[in-house]
Design a protein around this ligand. Structure first.
Ligand code: GTP
Ligand code: MG
Length: 333
């Protein structure tokens, strides 16, 4: 049903830059919002440290990786070394601590795949989820943020892709489509192939941590790389076209996996991702940069892969032919 196709980009793609940029600007959180997030982090840390002096609270996910929209929920991770208590015990005790601290709508979700406490802070009006000892997420948050410092087109492209995915309802992992995290990785991969971003994990490492037996190491002095992509002059409109054209018409879904760890396309065969194992079908393969056995496309099933590919094709065709792509692209599904 889907054909591979190689067609040149429309000649007038750059005329849509102002409209795509104004969409980007409208989604960026204000300085005021960012300072409220920091304020909440400080207040919660203080409360938690009274009970657990050695615990540390980290921001992760979109509010810390630089790919967050305004008004999004905050993801927090509590790092705590307590051999006596199980994760569920920690979650329950954390909920008690938060109750005593006058926070609202507190819910301890102890049976979720990732157990969390949800809450709302009446002072800032912000809602957040707190998980426990999910340090790999804190480290991959830093990797994404570091990539976004190298070339500003990454953040712009990823915002527009995320906005498209949310508008078209293909950013819902519980329904078999991809996470925001997966979309950002797809954008990083594209910019690596275009020579706009380097592959930080292939360079001499300046940052190392070991998390649950995974060694995470990469070059993180990104302020030294801020002219890295300058020889490539592609605009964000052109990159958006390239992104959708790639996923609609060029990606080989039967053979290829994308990998920002290596900065290349790697073979599904080498990863042993060619057949279904349990619930993992590997119909679109996106390697996690640190948990390399982890395919971020594992949530995609045999129905949702068609939904996704049809949406990639729709987007590619709109960018190719539509007179008003910056409107049509985001029309609600
Ligand atoms: P929005 O909330 O949609 O704006 O985006 P988000 O960046 O918060 O993304 P998401 O909710 O997809 O994930 C939150 C964070 O959890 C990510 O930034 C990652 O750090 C982490 N994460 C999400 N999914 C995975 C996964 O499959 N594997 C790993 N290792 N980490 C993940
Ligand atoms: Mg989030």
């Amino acid at each position: 049903r889907f054909q591979r196709r190689n067609r040149p980009c429309r000649y007038d793609i750059d005329q849509f830059m102002p409209s795509f940029m104004s969409i980007f600007e409208s989604l960026v959180p204000s300085d005021e919002e960012i300072s409220k997030q920091k304020q909440l982090l400080t207040a919660l840390s203080r409360l938690i440290n009274k009970e657990w002096p050695n615990a540390k609270l980290y921001l992760y996910g979109s509010c810390a990786n630089s790919f967050g929209f305004s008004n999004s929920d905050i993801d927090l991770c509590l790092s705590i070394d307590d051999k006596e208590m199980s994760k569920v015990d920690i979650i329950l005790k954390l909920a008690d601590i938060l109750h005593a601290g006058n926070l609202q709508n507190i819910q301890a979700l102890t049976r979720a795949r990732v157990p969390i406490v949800k809450l709302k802070d009446p002072n800032t009006g912000l809602s957040c989820d707190i998980c426990v000892n999910n340090l790999l997420a804190v480290v991959n948050t830093k990797l994404l943020r570091d990539y976004s410092q190298i070339d500003k087109r990454l953040r712009q492209l990823a915002f527009i892709v995320k906005h498209w995915a949310k508008s078209r309802c293909v950013n819902e992992t519980y329904r078999g489509t991809l996470s925001s995290y997966a979309y950002v990785i797809m954008c990083i991969h594209l910019l690596q192939l275009r020579g706009i971003l380097p592959c930080l994990q292939e360079m001499d490492p300046t940052y190392y941590v070991t998390v649950d037996n995974n060694t995470c190491a990469y070059f993180d002095q990104v302020d030294k790389l801020n002219s890295y992509g300058a020889q490539n002059k592609d605009t964000v409109s052109k990159l958006l076209w390239t992104f959708f054209h790639y996923w609609a018409y060029q990606h080989d879904y039967t053979k290829d996996a994308i990998s920002i760890r290596t900065g290349r396309i790697i073979s599904k065969h080498m990863k042993d991702w060619t057949r279904r194992v349990g619930n993992d079908r590997h119909l679109i393969c996106i390697e996690d940069p640190f948990e390399t056995s982890h395919d971020l496309g594992r949530v995609v099933d045999k129905r949702s892969i068609w939904t996704l590919r049809e949406e990639f094709e729709r987007a590619a065709n709109i960018l190719q032919y539509d007179p008003n792509p910056s409107v049509t692209l985001f029309e609600p599904y």
